[in-house]
Design a protein. Structure first.
Length: 250
């Protein structure tokens, strides 16, 4: 794990009218690290992800990628720069095959549609990248299945494969366990462990048992502000965190 942040916010703010959804948030994500952001509903977690993904502009503060200022960069440029995300609700094309979902994501990242049809080599490269992404998430055998026929957990895996198709440095995962059973959650834990070896992963998740199992570092948001950040064991023992979020007990 690198000591230099791959993604960083400094004194980040985002207001919606009179509501400050994110207030003076400074966090760091390193390559090879899974950094989980937790907090009660309304804490500003999804707003933070939307800021990092370039879907919202901050009211104030800074976002840096590899030490370079990217504050206010739109989401398509953020994807090109190496920041990919998943959503609270799966964002796949349900009528298409698993293969075609990932291939479209790879194509959007690398080529225009016209260029793809011009070059047989480009098409082969897209197919190779598609299958490599499916292999990473464990969906090789499902390549020809219709996405809408997958289980909820498999659709989450597919969405991550689509994010990987953009060859990101950073993965922003917004509640990837939502709606999963225990077996699917176990598969997701193994997948995240494998992905973290090659990426910085910022995870938003409500399942505390899962978070404390997989995270290298935690940041706790309450009312848009950072209440605590550190290693999971330290955050679990933090009295302010216990009082505000963990119900007064570890």
């Amino acid at each position: 794990m690198s000591d230099t942040p791959i993604l960083e916010t400094r004194n980040l703010f985002r207001s919606f009218g009179g509501l400050q959804a994110v207030r003076d948030v400074s966090i760091e994500l390193r390559a090879g690290e899974l950094h989980a952001v937790i907090g009660p509903n309304g804490a500003g977690k999804s707003t933070l992800v939307n800021l990092l993904a370039g879907e919202l502009r901050p009211t104030a503060g800074h976002i840096l990628l590899d030490g370079h200022e990217i504050t206010g960069t739109p989401n398509w440029k953020m994807t090109a720069a190496g920041v990919a995300r998943s959503f609270q609700r799966t964002n796949v094309f349900l009528p298409l095959t698993v293969h075609d979902n990932v291939r479209l994501a790879a194509q959007a990242h690398a080529y225009s549609l016209r260029a793809m049809f011009r070059s047989a080599k480009a098409a082969t490269e897209l197919d190779d990248r598609t299958m490599a992404c499916l292999a990473r998430v464990g969906l090789t055998d499902a390549a020809d299945r219709i996405a809408g026929e997958l289980s909820h957990g498999e659709q989450r895996q597919l969405e991550i494969a689509m994010a990987l198709a953009s060859e990101p440095k950073v993965l922003l995962l917004d509640e990837p366990l939502a709606g999963m059973g225990q077996e699917e959650a176990g598969r997701m834990a193994k997948l995240l462990d494998a992905l973290t070896r090659d990426h910085g992963v910022l995870l938003i998740e409500h399942d505390m048992d899962f978070v404390f199992q997989v995270a290298h570092r935690l940041t706790v948001l309450v009312e848009g502000s950072v209440l605590a950040t550190g290693k999971p064991a330290d955050v679990r023992e933090n009295k302010a965190v216990q009082a505000a979020y963990l119900g007064g007990h570890a």
